[in-house]
Design a protein around this ligand. Structure first.
Ligand code: AMP
Ligand code: MG
Length: 318
């Protein structure tokens, strides 16, 4: 057990990491639970603190594209183009790993998921330490990802010594994961970087995210990012008839449901703002006394696609 400290000191975070402990770190997507990616004992502590099964691989965080070259054996030209355009940022690339990355991090795969997070404190931290950070989202396995240091504290206090406080995350959903098969670009997880943005750089991509049965990408498990309350994803507002439930909506209230039970993710109608507010809204309704949580499908464009993906996975899909 630890007395968990929340603080903005990067030096303190570095000191815990040097000792082989794991700490909460801010990124622009969601908070991560970070440990030395080259130290198997530290990596084991990540899995343990989260209750995460070992078959679910971790993303490795580094401070620059140059650092990616230290841990990836090869960077295909299209990966390089994307990294140059979007790093630091919510882009994770799947690349053949070098030997120094333990198989524990990649769940036995020969590829490593790697990215440069865009948060000033975490970039500073990565500069100060001389190892990369393995960091999945800082939440118990299967639950909603944390978008503030308080969310991390709420669920992991006592299990970790330290949370580096970087405020509320900017993007609010996890990174977009992109793989490279022969010459093709494949999006394995929809996330904070919109598919349209990727296609502007490398042309048409394949989106392949419904792989629930595929143990190679368990982040794609269908039931994930879920609140404790039952959650349902509705195709249209007309189906929202449960007066006791809480609602997650884009920019318009439902006229016949108490406003108190509705959260508009972006009254101005901005999908990036909606993504930023999504997980906090799910947590808020999960803690409130509504009977269940409903969401209505968002426009299937830009970050709306990642929002719909998270809502779908959080919902009961019989
Ligand atoms: P999280 O850090 O919790 O957002 O989850 C990381 C996710 O990245 C995993 O659940 C996988 O879906 C994906 N991932 C990590 N490493 C690999 C890899 N080597 N190959 C394919 N997917 C990966
Ligand atoms: Mg996660």
């Amino acid at each position: 057990m630890f007395e968990t400290e929340i603080n903005t000191s990067v030096a303190k975070a570095a000191a815990w990491l040097h000792k082989g402990e794991v700490v909460g770190i801010p990124t622009e997507t969601v908070y991560g639970l970070a440990g030395n990616a080259l130290n198997e004992d530290a990596v084991l502590k990540i899995f343990k603190a989260k209750n995460r099964p070992h078959f679910d691989p971790l993303i490795v965080h580094v401070h620059s594209i140059a650092a990616i070259e230290k841990y990836a054996a090869h960077i295909p030209p299209k990966a390089k183009l994307l990294l140059q355009k979007f790093s630091p940022g919510p882009l994770t690339v799947l690349l053949p790993k070098r030997e120094c990355i333990p198989y524990l991090v990649t769940s036995g795969l020969d590829t490593v998921a790697i990215r440069v997070p865009n948060h000033p404190l975490t970039l500073q931290l990565l500069q100060e330490i001389d190892f990369p950070l393995a960091a999945p989202s800082a939440n118990p396995f299967g639950y909603i990802s944390p978008t503030s240091s308080y969310h991390v504290y709420d669920q992991l206090h006592g299990r970790i010594p330290y949370i580096l406080d970087g405020g509320v995350t900017d993007v609010g959903v996890e990174s977009t994961i992109v793989g490279f098969v022969d010459d093709e670009v494949v999006v394995n997880r929809l996330g904070g970087l919109a598919v349209e943005e990727i296609e502007k750089v490398v042309g048409k991509v394949r989106v392949e995210t419904q792989q629930s049965a595929n143990p190679k990408a368990p982040g794609m498990l269908q039931h994930h990012y879920a609140p404790k309350k039952k959650m349902f994803l509705l195709e249209s507002a007309g189906k929202a008839t449960d007066l006791e439930a809480g609602y997650i909506l884009y920019n318009e209230h439902l006229p016949y449901i108490s406003h108190q039970n509705q959260i508009l993710l972006s009254p101005a109608g901005n999908l990036s703002e909606a993504a930023k507010n999504l997980f906090a809204a799910m947590r808020q309704l999960d803690k409130s006394d509504v009977s269940a949580i409903y969401a209505i499908r968002f426009p299937e464009m830009g970050l709306g696609r990642a929002i719909n993906d998270r809502l779908y996975r959080a919902s009961v899909n019989e």
